[in-house]
Write a protein that binds this ligand. Structure first.
Ligand code: FUD
Length: 284
């Protein structure tokens, strides 16, 4: 059965255990089984404390990031691997099954031209190296296709599949996000289908990155499509209520995304449960 997760940007721009502890009753009430911890600066995380928090609460962690703009994974893959290494250490240290997000590049970095063959091949080579490093930490590596304003390297489920097939590593999966799909895909169903066997993790993100239900995403279609492809993994609500300063500008978050930030948890989570249940998408 699928699990519902929450990206911690819903409550704080950085992983903050006190903030999370204050929300524990709500997590229980809304059946939050997974928390996504941003690792934009892996050194910010206290690994032992975070692992203890997850073990005590039974909430599983998953980690995500985007690479900093100064890193060019094609010209200098070693710099990318050097950045990922501490992130892998933190992710495995806290007990995450994966490091996901834009692990293959920088959010907000676009060349101004379509992706070239060299860029595809160079990125695939980097992903192969990153997947090997992830495996040495017992981790999977997620690749998040993002919309055209955030990257020109990987925009759709089909792009994600092309990279997964080129890389051919069994610990690489596609991390797809409804916000980006809303911009790039023909339909949610087609986008999920295009991921094929590589669909591994889903971000449930509203069209304005605020509270699900207060935007234009067609959630019935999203859940109907997840049922159709038989997805039963983790789906995580991602809202940009409080964004880490390292990526706020790249995400173009200039004003509050929800009328009231508490709506993301208090209104968005019950809304998702309601639509999921009506669609026959079952959460544990
Ligand atoms: C980026 C995005 C996020 C990001 C993650 C980092 O547009 O959608 O998923 O990769 O928030 O923690």
């Amino acid at each position: 059965m699928a699990q519902l997760g929450l990206h911690t940007f819903a409550a704080a721009p950085r992983w903050d255990q006190a903030e999370m502890r204050a929300l524990l009753d709500k997590f229980q009430q809304h059946k939050i089984r997974v928390l996504e911890i941003p690792l934009l600066n892996p050194a910010e995380i206290d690994v032992a404390e975070t692992r203890a928090f997850c073990e005590e609460t039974g909430i599983a962690p998953v980690c995500s990031l985007g690479l900093p703009p100064e890193i060019d994974v094609i010209a200098d893959p070693d710099s990318g691997l050097a950045f990922l290494e501490p992130a892998f250490q933190v992710a495995s240290g806290v007990g995450a099954f994966a490091l996901a997000g834009v692990t293959y590049g920088t959010i907000g970095k676009i060349s101004g031209a379509p992706r070239s063959t060299e860029e595809f091949d160079g990125t695939a080579r980097f992903i192969e190296l990153a997947a090997r490093a992830a495996r040495s930490h017992g981790l999977k590596l997620g690749l998040e296709p993002c919309n055209r304003y955030e990257t020109h390297i990987m925009n759709t489920g089909a792009d994600g599949r092309a990279f997964c097939e080129a890389v051919g590593a069994d610990n690489v999966f596609i991390h797809i996000d409804t916000y980006h799909m809303n911009i790039e895909e023909v339909s949610y169903a087609q986008g999920f289908r295009d991921c094929g066997p590589f669909l591994g993790y889903v971000h449930l993100s509203e069209s304005n990155r605020g509270a699900p239900g207060a935007g234009t995403i067609d959630w019935e279609q999203v859940y109907g499509a997840l049922v159709e492809v038989g997805f039963d993994g983790i789906t995580t609500l991602e809202s940009m209520n409080y964004v880490h300063p390292a990526i706020a500008s790249a995400l173009a978050i200039w004003h509050p995304v929800a009328a009231n930030p508490d709506d993301v948890v208090d209104v968005g989570l019950p809304f998702l449960h309601e639509v999921a249940a009506a669609s026959g998408f079952l959460y544990t």
